[in-house]
Write a protein that binds this ligand. Structure first.
Ligand code: FES
Ligand code: FES
Length: 175
């Protein structure tokens, strides 16, 4: 089938099997290999991208489901060459990675997560259903629990997210 995908602000017309996942469309058909394939079963979060600003697992999303939606991958996080995003800079400054395989998914997921937090979405770790919610270690750990890191860089990932969100108390709470 013919589909048109809006990826990082660019329109791409592709001829794809109806069963092609968004992850394979990105990596195999568009050469956007920043989005990683870890488990291909929705369990690791390495393939996380944003669809209309919401985080999704690209391995569980058919490419045809993304038609008419705006998809943002890690390649689109840097403002199309205008510099790194605040989260990307924070991951560098806080050593939020080791091998880096999970990192694109972590950054895409954290971008979506911070927006969910701003919109007042509660999590399983929230004390109540009404926001605003503090950007505590527990909140971030719960909200980012869909993104695994085999290198276990978790504490630095949390520090990076809190720094990018402008949380001045991050060091104190993470200790
Ligand atoms: S590759 Fe999609 S969740 Fe693991
Ligand atoms: S940095 Fe290696 S898997 Fe996360």
């Amino acid at each position: 089938m013919h589909i048109t995908l809006d990826i990082n602000g660019d329109s791409h017309r592709l001829e794809l099997d109806t069963r092609t996942t968004l992850l394979d469309a990105l990596r195999l058909h568009l050469g956007l290999t920043g989005t990683k394939k870890g488990c291909d079963h929705g369990q690791c979060g390495a393939c996380t991208v944003l669809m209309d600003g919401r985080r999704v697992n690209a391995c569980l999303t058919l490419a045809c489901m993304a038609q008419g939606r705006s998809v943002t991958t890690i390649e689109g996080m840097s403002g199309n060459g205008n510099g790194l995003s605040a989260l990307q800079r924070a991951f560098l400054e806080h050593d939020g990675f080791q091998c880096g395989y999970c990192t694109p998914g972590q950054i895409c997921s954290a971008t979506g997560m911070l927006e969910e937090l701003r919109e007042g979405w509660p999590s399983h770790a929230s004390a109540s259903l009404d926001g605003p919610f503090p950007l505590s270690h527990a909140e971030i750990a719960e909200r980012m629990s869909g993104n695994l890191c085999r290198c276990a860089a978790y504490s630095n990932i949390v520090d990076a997210i809190r720094a990018a969100a402008g949380d001045a108390d991050q060091q104190e709470d993470a200790a």
